[in-house]
Design a protein around this ligand. Structure first.
Ligand code: AMP
Ligand code: GLY
Length: 427
């Protein structure tokens, strides 16, 4: 197979790295890629949302399978455009991708098919939203309905904070048109976990559960980021919980999407809260999580390219998923200042060191400068992942890798995986 991966972050680096291990893969292209990806794939300079140029490239190069990494091209209809030209592409159509692109659509599906989630209401008039606050218990969560780069959910603790938040979203439009409508929902208490289900629209495979670390500082404090580290499998998601997640969440959503006439193919990412009343959905995404992909993909032993191809061509029923009995831990190195403003162009030392078979450094925000040195070019810069049958050894190795890399202003959390450790101690 000739494969085109769309994207240029650490998730796409992990996708390319994993696809490269497949015996069925002959060549990989990545648009636009990054300096780390360039070691495994041929990078082509096309933007992720330039769908006409991506389509033209895929047709000219006879691409057998396209794998979009981020949500933007999916929400903008890359799958519809490629399938319209007879190309095979792994991901949901534009209508199905609305499960991430529109929170109210996701809630409509969950309510109709009895999927556990927070109680909610959607309001598209400012006055109605303010009036509704008179009926809620605090804390509650206020969200912009559309895509807001992971920053669209705000937990509010009292009436004043809630009114200010609604004003910022609906009047000041801090999230642009994503805030034309707001969702006000119940605050759920518990541990969060991420589940990826690979589906062909009918059959699905559930990959090992993972846990992200969204907050910038240790102990889950400070503002939310895209994710500062992850580990998998997450022991707090037990086998009986996984069964519940399949029966009450994944299967009903896949069945429901098919019944609605918008069958869902690709990866369905369920962001869950493990509450005392069982797992409940926080949100759905139409793509792999980042950094969760960096720990889940290394655990897959069966042929990854074949799995994605079978999902895209509606043949997943005869694929057997095999998983490595290992743990993977990923620590993200970020630019100081992130998730606020930060400087770019800092020279990175040690990123290309050979870390052996049990570790890999995925590139996120990196670029070449005019001297061809690798420099920082984003908030999240690198994602160091290590794997080992022993959780502590994997975690130690990930931090050993981080210590061998340096750039001006490098920042990382020191407590990635601490929640798993606590869980192991308890059990
Ligand atoms: P979202 O933008 O929906 O992914 O939410 C971002 C983060 O906000 C989640 O990862 C949770 O930590 C938190 N969050 C969102 N909704 C809720 C909720 N209903 N209850 C508690 N926390 C929530
Ligand atoms: N790590 C969270 C996300 O990818 O949305």
């Amino acid at each position: 197979m000739k494969i085109l991966v769309v994207g240029g972050g650490a998730r796409e680096h992990a996708l390319v790295w994993k696809l490269k291990q497949s015996k069925k893969v002959e060549q990989i292209f990545c648009a636009p890629g990054n300096p780390g990806i360039a070691r495994f794939a041929e990078c082509v300079d096309i933007a992720i949302t330039d769908i006409p140029a991506l389509l033209d490239f895929a047709l000219k190069n006879k691409i057998d399978l396209t794998v979009p990494g981020p949500e933007a091209p999916l929400v903008e209809g890359i799958v519809d455009a490629f399938e319209g030209q007879g190309l095979t592409i792994f991901g949901p159509t534009q209508k199905a991708a609305a499960i991430e692109g529109s929170k109210s659509f996701a809630k409509y599906i969950m309510d109709k098919y009895h999927v556990p989630t927070a109680e909610w209401v959607g309001l598209d008039k400012y006055d109605d939203a303010i009036e509704f606050l008179g009926t809620v218990d605090f804390p509650c969560v206020i969200k912009a309905d559309g895509l807001a780069a992971g920053k669209g959910a705000i937990i509010v603790h009292d009436q004043k904070e809630a009114e200010e938040t609604i004003r910022k979203i609906m009047v000041d439009k801090i999230f642009g048109s994503a805030g034309t409508k707001v969702i006000i929902e119940e605050f759920m208490e518990g541990e969060e976990a991420s589940i990826f289900a690979i589906t062909d629209g009918q059959y699905s495979l559930i990959l090992p559960a993972s846990q992200d670390h969204k907050a910038i500082f240790d102990g889950d404090t400070g503002p939310n980021t895209g994710g500062m580290g992850a580990y998998a499998p997450a022991p707090l998601v037990t086998d009986s919980q996984l069964k519940k997640i399949r029966d009450e969440i994944i299967d009903p959503v896949i069945d429901g999407m098919a019944r609605e006439g918008t069958p869902y193919r690709g990866v369905l990412y369920a962001g869950l809260m493990l509450t005392s009343a069982g797992p409940k959905v926080v949100e759905f995404n139409c793509r792999f999580g980042d950094p969760e992909a960096e720990v889940v993909l290394p655990l897959i032993r069966s042929d990854f390219a074949e799995m994605l191809h079978k999902a895209a061509t509606r043949n997943l029923n005869d694929y057997e998923l095999e998983v490595n009995r290992k743990f993977a831990v990923c620590v993200v190195m970020a630019s100081s200042g992130y998730p606020g403003s930060y400087e770019k162009g800092k020279k990175i030392i040690g990123h290309d060191y050979d870390f052996g078979d049990n570790a890999i450094v995925f590139h996120a925000g990196t670029a070449h400068d005019h001297e061809n040195s690798v420099v920082t070019s984003g908030g999240r810069v690198l994602a160091a992942t290590a794997f080992d049958p022993n959780f502590l050894a994997a975690r130690k190795q990930a931090y050993n890798v981080i210590k061998k890399i340096a750039f001006d202003g490098a920042y990382y959390r020191k407590d990635i995986g601490a929640k798993a450790l606590k869980w192991f101690e308890k059990s």
